[in-house]
Design a protein. Sequence first.
Length: 192
Amino acid sequence: MKYSDEQLVERFLGGEEKALGALVEKYLKPLYNFAYQLTRDQGAAEDVVQETFVKVWKNLPAFDSGKKFSTWAYAIAKNTAYDFLKKKKSVSFAAFEKEDGENMLENICDENVLYSEALWQKIDNEKDAQAFLDTLAPQIKTILLLHHQQGFALTEIAEIMGHSPNTVKSKYRRAILSLRKSISAKNALSKA
């Protein structure tokens, strides 16, 4: 019988150790891929995932059963990866802080931009996608990875990121506009 994440959490909290093993098995690879995309370091990604599962194990008794386990686990992985990046100091601390004076127009959702799957597909290969992602601030990169590679809805990403849905939509919109410019510039260069 296949159990949902929430059922596995319940079973683990009820004393069934194997239930946690099933959660680890289910999320090990996706969380590793997510951590690797954020850190671009295999050893760091392994450490991030290991630390994520230790935090999951320690905090599972406090898990809010009204929430989705996956969003909770990805939030822990995101925070752990950000901690690694801050320690490494490869990214300025300002990139992690909430933007001050955010323009209210930025928070208005442009529905046309949210339907960007076709635009995302225009990236020719994984190398081009990674080159584009590496130009982005960690929070923007995280939103794109969670949406396009991990399949989370923007509302779920807002929960993972600890931001309002409008803030996530705004950051997503800016990332897609940047992607559009990047693709246009690449196409102009290839035609020249």
